[in-house]
Design a protein around this ligand. Structure first.
Ligand code: CUA
Length: 339
């Protein structure tokens, strides 16, 4: 919220010297990539229209009740103000009117539930698991092979996508405000959320349930693409890793295998087949590092590997700051080259 004086917004003349506070909503970005009020999916559209109807109902009730209160306080006593009339004003404006408005809003909200919860007619299935503190994402390739990725979900525009949501240890909550409502990820359970994106673009998702030290550091991106671009992307992601083969990248690949990184990470096409941490087969092609925390370039990659625990407290991966600078650089060159 921002307070402006009349001068700041250019109101001069008769009102020039008067401070006319104008309240403008300046602090919240209604059209950002993480806004429930700028919907880009069917679920978010319904939730946003519910929000505006409820806001309208609240303003209406407020205006009527305050109007009656002002009338009651300011009106001069006159003969025709009888007890009967006052009673009807209180019952009508204070009880009947709010009850009718709230009942209409409740019915409208309840009517949206069956459509929001329906899980039929699905074009694509994606499995997402909330980890400490990142997102494991699993697709099935066009050839029927499982393809695992991390911290990035790509979706074809106009299709109905079923996400099966779970977690191996603690409760997280999956939320992409621009596309839909939030759903908890509960260990031992599989919850379903339908996403039906309507506008291509890149949206931001977050964990909406406190889940430990780095709860605030597990963001992700959802990229909504044209269906043919999505197919091409998924086909590429299903391929094994291709290293640039430069001397530094070769040294990095050696360092990756020698230092035991493959015990936790998979790089398809190499001996690394760990399952604890994110799959790194195409890590260089991702939009961010460390689950939405850092830009994805070689320099940042080296910093991430050397200072993992400082950047993301209590994450399962230890910091590898004990490695010589040259090895860190080679590792970063190798990994950021896996496009
Ligand atoms: Cu995961 Cu909060």
């Amino acid at each position: 919220m921002t307070l402006y004086t009349s001068r700041q917004i250019g109101l001069n003349g008769r009102h020039g010297g008067m401070i006319a506070p104008v309240i403008a909503v300046g602090g919240c970005d209604l059209h950002g990539p993480q806004s429930a009020l700028s919907p880009a999916g069917v679920g978010a559209e319904q939730i946003s229209s519910l929000f505006w109807w409820m806001a309208g109902g609240a303003v209406l009730i407020w205006a009527v009740v305050i109007g009656i209160a002002l009338y009651a306080t300011l009106a001069r006593p006159r003969k025709k103000h009888d007890v009967q009339g006052a009673r009807w004003l209180i019952i009508g404006g204070g009880i009947v009117f709010p009850t009718v408005v709230l009942t209409i809003l409740l019915s409208y909200g309840l009517m949206l539930i069956p459509k929001l919860r329906s899980t039929g007619n699905v074009d694509l299935h994606v499995a997402v698991s909330g980890e400490m503190w990142w997102w494991r994402v699993r697709y099935t390739s066009p050839a029927g092979e499982p393809v695992e990725l991390a911290n990035e979900i790509r979706l074809p525009v106009g299709k109905r996508v079923s996400l099966s949501l779970t977690s191996p240890d603690v409760i997280h909550s999956f939320w992409v405000p621009s596309l839909s409502g939030k759903v908890d990820m509960i260990p031992g359970r599989e919850n379903t959320l339908i996403l039906e994106p309507t506008k291509p673009g890149t949206y931001r998702g977050v964990c909406a349930e406190y889940c430990g030290a780095s709860h605030a550091f597990m963001a992700f991106r959802v990229v909504v693409m044209e269906p043919q671009d999505f197919e091409a992307w998924l086909t590429h992601q299903a391929q094994p890793a291709v290293s640039s083969g430069s001397p530094s990248a070769r040294q990095g690949e050696q360092a990756f295998l020698v230092n035991g990184c493959g015990a936790c990470h998979t790089i398809r096409g190499t001996a690394a087949d760990g399952r604890v941490g994110p799959d790194l087969t195409h890590v260089g092609s991702r939009l961010s590092l460390g689950a939405g925390m850092l830009p994805n370039d070689a320099q940042t990659f080296a910093r991430w590997i050397g200072h993992t625990q400082q950047i993301k407290p209590e994450v399962r991966m230890p910091s590898f700051g004990m490695l010589p600078e040259e090895q860190l650089t080679a590792l970063a060159t190798y990994l950021s080259g896996l496009k």
